[in-house]
Design a protein around this ligand. Structure first.
Ligand code: DX5
Ligand code: ZN
Length: 244
């Protein structure tokens, strides 16, 4: 797939994703970092019709984070196995060098880390010019003021609720006021902004982050590690925050 026909494909295949602000629906993006890498195609196919709204793809380079996962080749390989949009979380240094590769692989949205971009404004524009949605991720120790001057440029703010690099870590509760503050800033600066949370999201933490103002929940272990499968996991997550 070329970068040129990607936006059309994006619109026809998934017109509702990222429209949440209009219908006030919280979305669930399972992270395949917790899936069986020996059966990745099966894992992503299982998300179709499960209640998941997109697939979260975690790319790690062993430099920005102390772990190595997968790159655009794997994103491209899983693309035909799901109708869900692929959202790519780049935990890598110099992400600007790989934007085109992820767009060509079929990314719907690309998130870069603010801490990894010397010229964050330029990278956001680069992502948008390539025809996909632009997200910016912040580590737990990074304050919101790092993105204050690009707030209206972002399609998604990804608030890390663990230190990036590994699945299965515990949620950091000190991130709750940060999420609330991000939602407050969004109300003033960019009402359409999606606020995603990533790390340690399960039935206990989901209601807390939704109450704080998150509208996209990224969850690895609690979805792929659920003994009754991904559909049941998504249903339990959704009822946890909807009942809250
Ligand atoms: C962490 C990744 C997360 C991870 C979340 O570095 O960015 O997306 O997969 O996994 P859980 O839900 O297990 O914390
Ligand atoms: Zn992630």
């Amino acid at each position: 797939m070329s970068a040129v026909d990607w936006p059309a494909t994006r619109d026809t295949r998934n017109p509702v994703v990222y429209e949440m602000q209009k219908n006030n629906r919280v979305q669930i993006f399972p992270s395949i970092l917790a899936a069986d890498f020996g059966n990745l195609s099966k894992a992503v196919t299982s998300l179709d019709g499960s209640g998941a709204d997109a697939v979260h793809c975690d790319t790690m380079d062993g430099r920005y984070v102390p772990n190595i996962s997968f790159g655009p080749m794997v994103v491209k390989a899983i693309k035909p196995h799901t109708s869900l949009p692929l959202c790519c979380h780049l935990m890598i240094e110099e992400p600007e060098n790989y934007i085109d590769a992820f767009v060509d692989a079929g990314a719907f949205e690309i998130s870069v880390h603010a801490e990894a971009c010397v010229h964050l404004h330029r990278v956001i524009q680069q992502i948008k010019a390539a025809g996909v949605l632009a997200g910016v991720a912040l580590n737990p120790s990074t304050p919101l003021c790092m993105v204050e001057n690009v707030f209206s440029d972002m399609d998604m703010l990804l608030v890390m609720t663990v230190n990036p690099g590994f699945g299965g870590q515990s949620f950091i509760p000190e991130m709750l006021p940060k999420i609330a503050m991000a939602r407050q800033m969004a109300n003033e600066l960019n009402p359409d902004l999606n606020i995603a949370v990533d790390g340690g999201i399960d039935v206990k933490t989901a209601p807390e982050v939704v109450r704080a103002g998150a509208n996209i929940l990224i969850a690895g272990s609690s979805v792929f590690g659920h003994p009754e499968g991904v559909k049941q996991a998504c249903a339990e997550l959704r009822s946890a925050f909807e009942d809250a």
